[in-house]
Design a protein around this ligand. Structure first.
Ligand code: BTN
Length: 267
């Protein structure tokens, strides 16, 4: 079941019960010369990795998936690819995916008005009712021919949320959804294809970012962003067309942030 939709979506899939880290598998495949267009999916990881060197808890039954792609795109555009994944994931979780034959439909109204249960937290967490439901880890691998392989790792708390995180976390089970990791993967891989197709042409990039903004958590609200030992405080204004977080500080200066940890409500 894990495989059918991914193949239908035109990608190959290597599915595992338990693996160290699907991102590690994908990076290894890139180094071994895989042409890209390959998903790795597992029900459990023993060495799951999160953003900024943190571990990612991957208990059995949650979804761990990584996509290896080698995009035929200018390197400067690659920075926005994580947003394609975030929007695809939010779409997959929030609504049924047209044509996918997969009906997660957990919150059909969410995408339409941006006020729904699911929201994207910069750069690419999915929040449900303000608690973290899913995360994305983007990694790149330089290839001998000068191109860059991109690995998009996606972890979704399907059956269990990690305990002891410094932020609130939740799972689809806690939200009352009786879906499996296979269901989520099927919807995700279908939604990815649609969003990636949008991203590939120039207008699509802006369109994907516009969709991201329409699902953004905390727009217009106070944020504190932790960046390499400093904390930037202000109002979360938007993300720009390169996917940078734009914060307006107390002096009305516009600060563009490429990497950091966002905390809402803290001023
Ligand atoms: C984060 O929010 O810190 C990102 C979490 C990303 C976790 C996923 S699970 C699949 C893939 N393999 C990994 O080792 N990490 C990513």
């Amino acid at each position: 079941a894990l495989g059918a939709k991914a193949r239908a979506a035109g990608y190959r899939l290597r599915a595992f019960d338990t693996i160290g880290s699907t991102n590690n598998e994908a990076l290894e495949a890139a180094r071994a010369g895989d042409p890209g267009g390959l998903w790795f999916a597992a029900l459990q990881q023993t060495n799951g990795r999160g953003r900024r060197g943190r571990p990612w808890a991957s208990p059995y039954g949650n979804l761990a998936a990584s996509l290896l792609i080698i995009p035929d795109a200018a390197p400067e555009t690659l920075g926005t690819i994580g947003f394609v994944a975030g929007v695809a994931l939010n779409t997959a979780l929030s609504q049924s995916v047209p044509g996918a034959g997969v009906q997660l439909g957990l919150d059909a109204a969410a995408i339409a008005d941006g006020q729904g249960r699911f929201a994207l937290k910069w750069p690419n967490d999915v929040l449900a009712d303000g608690a973290k439901l899913a995360g994305i880890l983007l990694e790149a691998q330089a290839l001998p021919d000068g191109r860059r392989a991109i690995v998009i790792g996606i972890g979704v708390n399907v059956v269990a949320a990690p305990a002891g995180t410094p932020y609130p976390a939740t799972s689809l089970a806690e939200l009352g959804a009786t879906v499996t990791a296979q269901d989520v993967f099927a919807a995700l891989s279908e939604a990815w294809v649609a969003m990636f197709a949008l991203w590939r042409d120039g207008h699509g990039t802006a369109d994907v970012l516009a969709r991201w903004r329409s699902c953004a958590a905390g727009l217009g609200a106070p944020v504190a962003v932790q960046r390499d030992g400093e904390v930037i405080r202000g109002i979360f204004e938007s993300i720009d067309d390169d996917g940078r977080l734009i914060v307006r500080d107390g002096n009305n200066a516009r600060i563009a942030i490429t990497a950091g940890d966002v905390h809402f409500g803290a001023t």
